[in-house]
Design a protein around this ligand. Structure first.
Ligand code: AQP
Length: 327
């Protein structure tokens, strides 16, 4: 039975990119045979500075989001990364067998620099901590969005370096990305990758006026509706494609390609997107409203998950320490 593991950073409110690229998969996969571990990457969140109270609040919010979207604690372990401190020990062991060159090639690090984010050593070594997370639970599959595939490949490399030097300790994990390319890289309001740190997100649980405002900010151009266009190149359509049933999507695309009097304008696309988001997440929003009233329940779920995860990570840590002569 495979072990499935993934994580999400509590670096801001979870957005449609996190949902389609990761959370929707996580919730669906819990029904497959295997062991399922999903963690809230609070150590990772320290790579982008935030206050203690805000971090605590965001960790809680990620837990609420998972549970509201349907993660079942009886089927999948949900826990805080920092409740399993063994991963930081593994991080050091892996860092000592990993060349700087590997980390220097990380796309996500280079993207963050390009966006003017001032890097810490923690941000640079992020893939090592992520490798430790993946390897600690003997993970077979890591469901992630396309942006994280390179990090999973780095975890494979690091496992290989360590095993090559000290013998077989770590299992080789495989990334599992959503089959549809549109899900694997969801665009933000500006057409770049939707990302918490780029300020271009739509929160999963947004609704009403706030949602309208966010959708209103999606990038468009001044071409009139009658002008024929490539629907796949329009950001409102790329987002709408995540929600519409195939027949309805095909009709929209056809009318946009054809142009002329019957073609929809950007306002129509945005209005349809608003309706689609409101409808899709209505049950999850209601569930979230209920869970907000029960913070103790959420905390118990996290602690229950951590107990199981920690036992697993401890065994891996002990194996790794023994292999390199520290026990
Ligand atoms: N735009 C996206 N499209 C598809 N998948 C995405 N993911 C994130 N953005 C998109 C997937 O969400 C999971 C959790 O991501 P994360 O929060 O751990 O880190 P991230 O990928 O770096 O997400 P952000 O929003 O870009 O966070 P910040 O700005 O804090 O770095 C991952 O599986 C990811 O693939």
């Amino acid at each position: 039975m495979p072990t499935v593991l993934s994580g999400v950073q509590p670096s801001g409110r979870l957005h449609l990119g996190n949902y389609f690229g990761a959370l929707a998969q996580h919730v669906a996969l819990q029904h497959e045979p295997g062991e399922h571990f999903y963690f809230i990457a609070d150590y990772h969140a320290l790579t982008t500075s935030q206050g203690a109270a805000e971090l605590r609040e965001r960790v809680h919010d990620v837990a609420l989001s998972y549970l509201a979207l349907g993660l079942d604690p009886a089927k999948a372990m949900l826990f805080r990364q920092s409740d399993v401190p063994e991963v930081t020990e593994l991080t050091w062991l892996l860092a000592c067998v990993t060349g700087m060159g590997l980390l220097e090639r990380a796309h996500s690090y280079k993207d963050k620099l390009a966006h003017g984010i001032k890097p810490s050593v923690g941000l640079f070594t992020y893939p090592v901590l992520m490798a430790a997370d993946i390897l600690a639970y003997d993970s077979d599959q890591v469901p992630v969005g396309k942006d994280q595939v390179q990090h999973v490949e780095m975890a494979q490399d690091m496992a290989g370096y360590f095993n090559g030097q000290y013998g077989p300790v770590f299992k080789r994990p495989e990334a599992r990305i959503p089959s549809a390319a549109s899900l694997a890289k969801v665009p933000g309001l500006d057409g770049e990758k939707m990302s918490k740190s780029y300020g271009n997100t739509i929160w999963i649980f947004e609704s009403g006026k706030e949602l309208k405002k966010r959708i209103g900010a999606i990038v468009t151009d001044s071409r009139p509706p009658e002008e024929p266009k490539d629907p796949d190149a329009l950001v409102p359509m790329q987002l709408l494609a995540l929600f519409l049933p195939p027949e309805e999507l095909a009709q929209w695309q056809e009318r946009i390609r054809a142009g002329g009097a019957g073609a929809p304008g950007y306002g129509h696309m945005k209005q349809r997107l608003h309706e689609a988001i409101e409808t899709r997440f209505a049950p999850a929003r209601a569930e979230r409203d209920k869970l907000v009233q029960h913070p103790d329940h959420v905390e118990r779920v996290l602690q229950g998950g951590a107990a199981v995860a920690r036992a697993r990570a401890r065994a891996t840590r002990d194996r790794a320490l023994a292999a390199c002569g520290l026990r």
